[in-house]
Design a protein around this ligand. Sequence first.
Ligand code: KG4
Ligand code: ZN
Length: 352
Amino acid sequence: MTAIPTPLVLGIETSCDETSAAVIDGDNRILGHIILSQDEHEVFGGVIPELAARAHLQKIDAVVDETLAQAGVRLRDIDLIGATAGPGLIGALLVGVCWAKSAAFGLGRPFVPVHHMEAHLFAPSLEDPEAEPPFVGLLVSGGHTMLLHVPAWGQYRLLGETRDDAAGEAFDKAAKLLGLSYPGGPEIERVARAVRGQRHRLPRPMLKRNQKREDASYYDFSFSGLKTAVVELAAKLDAEGDLEQETPHIAAAFQEAAVDVLATKTMRAVEETGCRRVLLGGGVSANTRLREEIAARLRDGRLFHASTRLSLDNGAMVARAARFRYESAPGDGLAASAGAGLPFPGLIRPSA
Ligand code: KG4
Ligand code: ZN
């Protein structure tokens, strides 16, 4: 089947706690974009899946209406509709997917199920036309940590991934242990910013100097031990009565350890592939220390990342990924459904 031209793409994101929609034009310019963060979860210190799904359902119509109004277009002007179909919270995903499929069916337009992590890879290209493959991709979000070599869009060679907690999850858990609010990543960064010098040093899990390329641990990550190290350090300082004044120092030590591991493994991938172009995606890529550290180590290489707004979950990256997927394999997409563990399209595992 040949692709019909799709100048206007509507993208919908409801995989976790952001209800978002965006319209992009044929040049991938963002014409309208609304991101509504659910604050319902704050008092619980984490996302409650059932609450998230209900909030998406209550907000999705208004979010799309406002997005279309901002873009100055009507729903019937839209040529293609994409929605995040996974991975994510199944109830939350279903709201976006059902909305998008119903609209696509009613309008007689194609629907495209989008993989959330592939969408994160596309986010920087919405702001910088040079953020294109080839690159080494570091995807760091609340649910995933993946190191990829991306020679072309749609070809994702997996070098390493986390064996336990995701990077963002580790930031969130460390923040919670330190009495900081949710989401923890921006909070850790905020309190650590005031700290000068390192008062504490935390372990760098799964990072050893003598690791070899053949070891799976060379590229893989592990963050749950780092969380335990935060617990132990906080308990020790608490017993000494210093916990409150030491909290920013613990946050800074945690951030340095996480950034060091992420940057070191990313640079290993740069060395091995010979590709001096690195692209960061996912919520943790909003972290300034991570960006600074990788940029410093890359020296003459190129670092791509989106603005903070587009690093976090958003509908624009979903629209961009939907256009790519539709152009690669045109179809009406209506048979697709949401899946909490949707496989990453084009992912090539090391053993394959
Ligand atoms: O991609 P994202 O918005 O949602 C998921 O797909 O999970 O990522 C959210 C994660 C959260 O764990 C949040 O704490 C983390 O990204 N995050 C950060 C920062 N901003 C968001 N982590 C570290 N530093 C930040 N500035
Ligand atoms: Zn995300």
